[in-house]
Each structure stands twice: as C-alpha cells, then as structure tokens.
Design a protein around this ligand. Structure first.
Ligand code: EPU
Length: 336
C-alpha cells in the first residue's frame, strides 16, 4: 500500500476531468482497506469513476478501490447467489453472468462503472433497476473499520437513489454486492419499445437473456457516447416527476411530449426531451456540450473543466425552469 502524491485523476473518472489528488492510494483487498482505515479517515473513494463530476483538486486521500473477484455462493432450484467484489467492471460482470446463463442483469448491459457503485444510485435501464436483483451489500464503516451487511431493504432503494446517497453518504465503503439471479427459467424484460424494435429487426420472437443483452448493447451504442471516446457520466439529470396539473398544463402546449405514469397523480417526464425542447441537444460550448443523440448526457470533448460542465448544467437548469417551470435535479455526484 503505497501513497502517491499529485496524481492526475483524468483516467479515473469517465468525464475525463483533469484534477489532481494531493495523495492517492490503490487498494486491492478488504484487509488493506481496513489497515488503511486504522490511520486514515478523511477519504475520497473512486471505483469506476462513472458517476462523478470533479470540480477541483481533491485534498482528501483519494482511494482507488480495486478489489476484484466473483464467487458463486449458493444455488437453489432456479436461483443462484453470486457475489462480486466492488472493483469488478460492471459490464464485464454482466457479460460473465450471461455466459454462465445467469439471468437478471442483461437489461443493465454496457452501463459504465464498477460493481461497487451499482447500489449507490440504483443503476437502471430499459425497465430494470439493479435493486430488483440485489440480495445484499457488504460495506466497511469508515469510522470504525467494521464490516456491515445490508439487506436489500436496508439499502432503501428508490429511483436513482439509496441509503448510500442519503443518511449514510460518505459513511461506508461498499466492498461486495450479492445478486440473486435465475438459472434456468428467466424473466425476460423486453417490454421497452426500443428493445422490441431491436429484437424484431433480428426476427427474434422468443429472446434469450443474451438476445436482450445484445439488443441493449445495440441501443446504448447508438444513443450514448462511449466514455473512452467522449468523456461523460451517462444521464446527468434525473427525469423529473410532476403532478397531473403541471403535466396537463405542459401537455396542452406540447401534445407530443413523451411521458410515463408512475402513480395516479405522478407523471415522469424525460429530462432529455425537456432539454432538447429548450434547444440544447447537440450544442457545443468550447470543450463542453450536450450529446447529439441523447440530451440528458453532458459531454467533455477533451479538455473541459468540471466547473465548465457544471456551468453548462446550471444554464440548462435555468432554461428548463424558465420554459417549463420544472427544476431538474442533478443525478451525478458533484465533487467540490
Ligand atoms: N428524448 C428526447 N430527446 C432526447 C432524449 C430523450 O426527446 O434527447 C425522449 C425519447 O424520445 C423518449 C424519452 O425521451 O421518448 C425517453 O428517452 P430514453 O428512452 O433515451 O430514456 P431516458 O428517460 O432519457 C433513462 C435513464 C437512462 C436509461 C434509459 C433507458 C434516467 C435519468 N436515465 O433515460 O439511464 O439508459 O432511461 O432505460 O433515468 C443513466 O442513468 O446514465 C442512463 C443512461
């Protein structure tokens, strides 16, 4: 365990923001993590670095969490419990599950980041959220160095939300995530329009989990920028939920607005549509911009600073508020 000094974090965050860590250490085992916690408490944890916007140099000790490994824990009739360590790359883990014919994660193919961060914002795509398969989460408390097991309920999951973003923000380091997956009879989630279209194009009527994964990969590749080519953090904002009165007022002016009903009085409006309607889609400002295929994604074309991207986010929020009277919440973790 060697502490390094003045390390650029550009390669460790998918936005590709070039800020420095005054001190930096890579951790590859829980034992090393606990040893570190005995003397260091003021930490900034980076795993896949896929859901953060870094605004300035990090004064805290930056810990690159790189604990790898997958264990098949227990199998029952149609269920298998698989535990992955936090540092496993998410998409590689999803592909590994599909190779074993373990179902449940296929709709979440190609999401950037590592396994350890998936519960924090309850990653979700194409009708599935990771909370649907998480059995339990193991985490080490920073204050005490003690291990705690969180059941699915303990995680208090919500839309792009969990206890790790709220009451316990910054208190625990997630070390493993256990998933309950299916072995033979899989539940296929192909109701999402774009998935159906992709399957139809390939004449697939009874899709396997691999077919669904391939469809998701094709959709994501066509819509979302690969962080290896253009820095980004996926959806920058959450989709806002409004009440029926607000929704009907907007719909009166924009009859073709897409929406999803979430309850009798609550309607989710795609933030991407709001941002596009405000004219930002595909716009570039210096090295920052709004992606041309999905307005929910802010991008770094090379040398943008975190502050420049944040300024663009604020400009978008102001415009959406002025046009629709809706406040857009940022989904990405802003690190000041
Ligand atoms: N839309 C526009 N303009 C845009 C983008 C979207 O009009 O620029 C419209 C689309 O035409 C569609 C609707 O908005 O009618 C929904 O678009 P899409 O299916 O792309 O999904 P989304 O609501 O924009 C959410 C997630 C994505 C996830 C997709 C698919 C959030 C914040 N984002 O986006 O998650 O991949 O659904 O399930 O909920 C991520 O979190 O990083 C992420 C990419």
């Amino acid at each position: 365990m060697k502490i390094q000094h003045n390390i650029s974090l550009k390669q460790y965050n998918t936005f590709g923001i070039d800020v420095n860590a005054e001190r930096f250490v890579e951790i590859t085992s829980v034992m090393a993590l606990k040893t570190l916690l005995a003397t260091e408490k003021d930490l900034f944890i980076i795993s896949g670095g896929s859901n953060m916007l870094l605004l300035s140099d990090i004064k805290k000790l930056v810990v690159l969490l790189n604990i790898e490994g997958i264990i098949i824990q227990e199998t029952q009739d149609n269920d298998v419990f698989v535990t992955a360590n936090a540092g496993e790359n998410w998409h590689d883990f999803v592909l590994w599950c599909i190779d074993q014919n373990y179902g449940g994660l296929e709709n979440l193919s190609l999401i950037p980041g590592n396994v350890g961060s998936c519960p924090i914002q309850n990653i979700g795509a194409y009708g599935v959220e990771v909370k649907d398969t998480i059995h339990q989460v193991t985490a080490v408390e920073i204050a005490t160095g003690k291990t705690r097991i969180f059941s699915n309920e303990d995680c208090d999951f919500g839309y792009r939300n969990s206890i790790f973003k709220n009451e316990l923000k910054g208190a625990y380091i997630i070390t493993t995530v256990s998933f309950k997956l299916t072995k033979t009879t899989h539940q296929i989630h192909d109701g999402y329009g774009a998935i159906q279209a992709a399957l139809k194009e390939n004449n697939i009527t009874e899709p396997s989990i691999k077919d669904v994964s391939k469809a998701v990969i094709a959709i994501r590749t066509s819509k979302l920028p690969d962080p290896k080519d253009i820095g980004n953090s996926g959806s920058f904002f959450k989709n806002p939920v409004v009440n029926t009165a607000v929704f009907e007022k907007i719909q009166g002016n924009y009859p073709s607005m897409p929406f999803y009903k979430v309850s009798d009085d609550n309607i989710k409006i795609p933030a991407g549509w709001l941002i596009e309607t405000c004219g930002f889609k595909g716009k570039r400002y210096g090295d920052t911009g709004v992606h041309k295929n999905q307005a929910l994604v802010l991008v770094n074309y090379g040398n943008a600073t975190g502050k420049e991207i944040y300024a663009l986010a604020e400009k978008i929020q102001t415009s959406v508020l002025k046009t629709f009277d809706i406040s857009l919440d940022i989904e990405v973790n802003i690190v000041r």
